[in-house]
Write a protein that binds this ligand. Structure first.
Ligand code: PMP
Length: 439
């Protein structure tokens, strides 16, 4: 059988670091050559050897409409003829901002960026500028991009390295970051009200913001405990810290209004990315008018040659209009498909008496954990009880059967409007076979 991926990997290793441009696509995640993809259509990806996959990764959530959606192909084909990028003010920029402000009650104004990391960087600076405070409170296992100040306690670690849950050992995730860059970042255990109350009593009055993922999405899928995020919002109000909800993963995916809508929250600052661009690079910072005013010229600086790219904005507009049509039918569809897929895996897993599996999901996102626990409720559960090597073996075997999930258990799977009941059934059959084959 042809293995063009293997030969591309060998060529790529000579000229690209690890053969790729982000570790989650390469040997660090795959244990060897990744599959090199050639094209996508609907819910399908095709590799360079012509193998077909049902894609449950959907570009880490960037594709709520799937691959090569006709409306997106049409708008990009039309707009590219009129120029790729102007770096000027645009009508479509105003139009998309109007749609966003109209659909997100907690957002009075938006500022566009390109990636989640950039949006988060600007949001932290804005929170500090607005409050005049320096500290940032973040949570174990939460990821907010790869900037210096926030890249700590995001990787899974051996449980013995984590320290006491009341005072997590600070673990910087990268070389090249000076300790002083993270000196004002406080790390707290997530999904634990008492831990947060303690940290807020100690640091809340000096905190510019408390930043959280609404659903923990970088350790599989871990939903917030009932009332937890609302309590976080109250504590922020009590101590005068901004409540910053990072919806890079969850925005335009779990509901039209993301986690803010799902859990009834009113964050002061939000960031979005991934799904927002419908497959093109697009991200944004949003929030209350008085907070967002901090980004005015001469106050808190945020620049970018590629901010508000016109092609990406046109795609964002089409994505939003398509998802919102028929009283938000697109959002209902990805939710129902995601839940059905999670149920299918649960059903299949119940028949496997050789592997203990827990499936956790929220609407259109789900993850499969090989774990001895009945529920994974936080980062420490994940670090101590989730078998990541087994998940990788599982995902690689699924790939051989034409089902694509990223082999990292820290990531998750996602539905899009173009998945079907038949895709769910076919995935269920493949999962049953793989569970049978696995040692
Ligand atoms: N915030 C969260 C919650 C994320 O999951 C991510 C990416 N996984 C980011 C920010 C950074 O986004 P990007 O990869 O677009 O820089």
């Amino acid at each position: 059988m042809a293995n063009t991926s293997q030969s591309l990997f060998e060529r790529g290793m000579k000229v690209l670091v690890e053969g790729v441009s982000s570790a989650s696509r390469g040997p660090a995640t795959f244990g060897g050559a990744p599959r090199y993809m050639s094209h996508g259509a609907g819910a399908r990806l095709y590799d360079v050897d012509g193998r077909e996959y049902i894609d449950w990764m959907m570009a880490f959530g960037a594709l709520p409409l799937g691959h090569a959606h006709p409306a997106i192909v049409e708008v990009v084909s039309r707009e590219i003829l009129r120029g790729s990028h102007f770096a000027t003010a645009l009508e479509v920029e105003v139009e998309v901002a109007e749609i966003l402000v109209g659909m997100l009650p907690h957002v009075d104004k938006v500022r566009f960026a390109n990636t989640g990391t950039e949006a988060c960087m600007a949001a932290f600076r804005l929170a500090r500028g607005h409050t005049g405070r320096r500290k940032i409170i973040k949570f174990e296992g939460h990821y907010h991009g790869w900037a210096d100040n926030i890249l700590l306690n995001t990787n899974p670690m051996p449980i013995a390295a984590l320290g006491h849950p009341n005072d997590p050992i600070r673990i910087c995730d990268s070389s090249g970051i000076p300790p002083e860059a993270q000196a004002d970042t406080i790390v707290c255990r997530w999904n634990d009200v008492e831990a947060l109350e303690r940290v807020m009593a100690l640091h809340g009055a000096q905190a510019a913001c408390v930043v959280t993922e609404g659903v923990m999405s970088n350790m599989g899928v871990i939903p917030p405990a009932p009332g937890y995020l609302m309590r976080m919002q109250e504590l922020c109000q009590q101590y005068g810290a901004l409540f910053y909800l990072d919806e890079t993963v969850t925005g335009f995916r779990l509901a039209a209004g993301g986690c803010a809508e799902l859990y009834g929250l009113t964050p002061d600052i939000v960031t979005y990315g991934k799904a927002l661009g419908g497959g093109l690079p697009m991200a944004m910072i949003g929030g209350r008018a008085d907070v967002m005013a901090g980004l005015e010229w001469g106050k808190v600086l945020h620049f970018g040659t590629h901010n508000a790219g016109r092609l990406a904005l046109h795609v964002t507009k089409v994505m939003l209009q398509t998802m919102l049509a028929d009283d938000q039918a697109g959002f209902r569809r990805i939710k129902n498909l995601g839940k059905a897929m999670a149920d299918e895996v649960r059903k299949v897993a119940k028949h496997s008496n050789r592997h203990k599996i827990v499936v956790q999901g929220v609407n259109s996102m789900f993850q499969i954990f090989f774990t001895d626990l009945d529920e994974v409720t936080d980062y420490r559960d994940f670090c101590g009880h989730v078998d990541r090597a087994k998940f990788r073996d599982f995902a690689l075997r699924l790939m051989d059967k034409g089902i694509y999930m990223n082999p990292s258990a820290t990531l998750h799977s996602l539905s899009s409007v173009v998945h079907t009941e038949a895709d769910i059934a076919a995935t269920g059959v493949a999962i049953a076979q793989v569970l049978e084959e696995m040692p």
